[in-house]
Ligand binder design. Sequence first.
Ligand code: DX5
Ligand code: ZN
Length: 220
Amino acid sequence: MKITPSILNVDFAELGAEIRRVPSADGIHLDIMDNHFVPNLTFGLPVVQSLRKVSTQPYDLHLMIEDADRWAPVYAAESGAETITFHVEASKAPIRLARELRKLKVRAAMGLKPATPIEPYADMIVELDQILIMSVEPGFGAQKFLDVVLPKIRRTREIIRNSGAQIAIQVDGGVSVETIGRCAAAGADVFVAGSAVYAATDPDAAVAELRKLASIACGC
Ligand code: DX5
Ligand code: ZN
């Protein structure tokens, strides 16, 4: 059970310091938005490269950008991040892209918006190290968790089990002490939490609490 806090809703003037507030996190989730794929704009490669220097934790880039086939390999080659997540809705050739990412020695991850089904991609998931299932419409932090994605998490876990591959399922959006148990019980094992971590007085303690609740719910 891994907790990867999102820094989307922190003070952007203090990004480095905010990352240092969660030393026990399993990774740091960075939301890259281009104002086209989603109606919001955050930061790009130069900021990620600077942030890379403030921590040795694994970085996980969530690319909410158009033309993923062109840009995801650039982030893979130049950001220093361990995991690169592209959105399948923004890729014309997800198999080629996943292979290209792995060739660049990063973990290849594919994101699905809440209404995007997993079934059309069942045969290609072996090309991936992680599947990100959005549990809010991408673009903003602190939105309400969409329970309708839980059956998709269960079906994705089943598809992964049948494939025989080791693939993580990351849930992103509205993950909190109220919702994390349901996600873990459905088969997720990596959890993005933005507001649930950073609204807490002690963000690092919030990470530990979320991890504990996820472990209890999955019985692992
Ligand atoms: C939303 C982002 C999420 C967001 C999560 O589009 O992808 O990573 O920051 O924030 P919370 O946990 O507050 O929903
Ligand atoms: Zn995200």
